[in-house]
Design a binder for this molecule. Structure first.
Ligand code: IMP
Length: 424
């Protein structure tokens, strides 16, 4: 049975958790493939709100095996705290499988993330300061420690010595900070975290291949999004991993021919946290309205999100980069009270029109949006459950997206709860 990927098509916070959770009802495995606890997935089930950072969204279903793939960077303290929070709420995490090849976020990664940002000054990226970038940098430098190292205290200490030999010099000589003591880190990671995580550490690539071979349903859950992708996003204002669908292969060990469905999640408007270009950004009352009605504050960091109109140039690019087979449109209800809606059909710079993403990012930084205007529906969508009950203006908005990007919109979110959606 082939696997399904869910991927964000904008700059994150599209509401992937809600549709992943919905699709998980028919799945056997839900797998995170990149990122770390920079992600924040909010799920509302039976009026109870769950904010997940590392544990895959499917955990709320007892029949699901949640998997943290090799492409994820794991802060063991955060993972343990999240498992404890879920246990307190009566959610069973005993089936959680964590790849032994996933890399560990170490205390110095968190310190370095904050130091890098501070030293960048006004050029800062606006990271989540969770140590994500430095952890992936160490992975590329071959200085990283992996989850499986928790199972071997001798190897853990040896690798830590090598890493600290490098990192303590950087901390002291570049940033004028005190060096970190290896023993303190060993005590935390080997004595406190390892016993708690050991039962969950597994050969997740093998597990997923066996699952696919025995016709199980596997959902690969992206965190962050297409335009935060290290290769394809608005570099350097990106995260340090590959959220695009290709990352689902490298981040889990599943081959491309084993994926046959890729759902791109698009918010009905666009938001972004942190720095970087944003062609349709709004600085007016409509932007404030989207923040207020959409509750556009970071799940993780509480930061106010930047808001703007839906950008079809981005969405067309996301269709191509991810081989999207369908779109899940979220938060359509946030547009309910607006009389007039705009969507960006193209970018324009120096008399040139771009319907597809210009390869030169300078164009994106300076481009003006070419808007298409649509009539708002000005009624409450939160109770709509059938496509036939959508007001004609809302149906027109959805059909316009389909016509512009060439992919069907299969799910439409009309409120935060699990049951507030329309299937098309
Ligand atoms: P990092 O992933 O913490 O290194 O942050 C790099 C950029 O990605 C910053 O602009 C963050 O605000 C953004 N970012 C990281 N994770 C998320 C997310 O889950 N949603 C939205 N933006 C994110």
């Amino acid at each position: 049975m082939p696997a399904t990927v869910v991927v964000g098509t904008q700059w994150g916070d599209e509401g992937k958790g809600k549709f992943t959770d919905l699709m998980a009802a028919d799945m056997d495995y839900v797998v995170r493939y990149q990122g770390g606890h920079n992600a924040g997935h909010t799920l509302v089930v039976d009026g109870k709100q769950f904010a997940l950072q590392l544990v895959p969204s499917g955990v709320l279903y007892p029949h699901i095996t949640p998997v943290i793939g090799n492409g994820v960077v794991v802060d063991p303290h955060v993972l343990i705290a999240e498992m404890e929070m879920l246990a307190e709420q009566g959610v069973d995490c005993s089936k959680l499988a964590i790849s032994g090849n996933a890399h560990l976020i170490m205390p110095y990664h968190i310190e370095l993330d904050a130091l890098h940002e501070r030293h960048l000054g006004s050029g800062k990226l606006g990271t989540t300061k969770r140590g994500i970038g430095p952890a992936y940098a160490d992975r590329s430098m071959r200085l990283g420690l992996r989850v499986q190292d928790l199972l071997d205290p001798k190897i853990f200490s040896e690798k830590l010595d090598v890493a600290l030999n490098h990192t303590n010099k950087v901390l002291a000589k570049v940033f004028n900070r005190l060096p970190l003591a290896g023993e303190d880190i060993v005590a935390e990671y080997i004595e406190v975290c390892a016993p708690r995580l050991a039962p969950h550490i597994a050969d997740t690539a093998g597990l997923l291949h066996e699952a696919l071979e025995s016709d199980k349903q596997v959902l690969l859950e992206g965190a962050q999004a297409t335009f935060l992708d290290l290769d394809h996003g608005t570099y350097p204002f990106v995260t340090s991993s590959n959220p695009t669908a290709g990352g689902a292969c490298t981040g889990t060990g599943i081959g491309p021919r084993q994926i046959d469905r890729v759902m791109g999640i698009a918010k009905a408007y666009v938001t972004r946290v942190g720095s970087g270009p944003f062609v349709t950004e709004l600085f007016d009352d409509v932007g404030d309205h989207l923040v207020d009605v959409g509750g556009e504050f970071g799940t993780n960091t509480g930061r106010r999100r930047r808001t703007g109109w839906l950008d079809l140039v981005m969405l067309r690019h996301a269709v191509r980069l991810n081989s999207l087979t369908e779109i899940g449109l979220t938060k359509l209800d946030v547009l309910d009270s607006l009389a007039e809606l705009k969507v960006c059909a193209a970018y324009e710079l120096d008399g040139k029109r771009f319907e597809h993403m210009p390869y030169h990012q300078t164009v994106m930084h300076n481009a003006k949006p070419v808007y298409k205007e649509l009539e708002g529906w000005q009624c409450d969508l939160s109770g709509v459950r059938e496509a036939k009950d959508l007001p004609k203006q809302a149906a027109a908005y959805i059909e316009m997206i389909e016509a512009e990007v060439g992919v069907p919109v299969k799910l439409v979110g009309v409120g935060p709860s699990r049951e507030q959606y329309v299937k098309r």
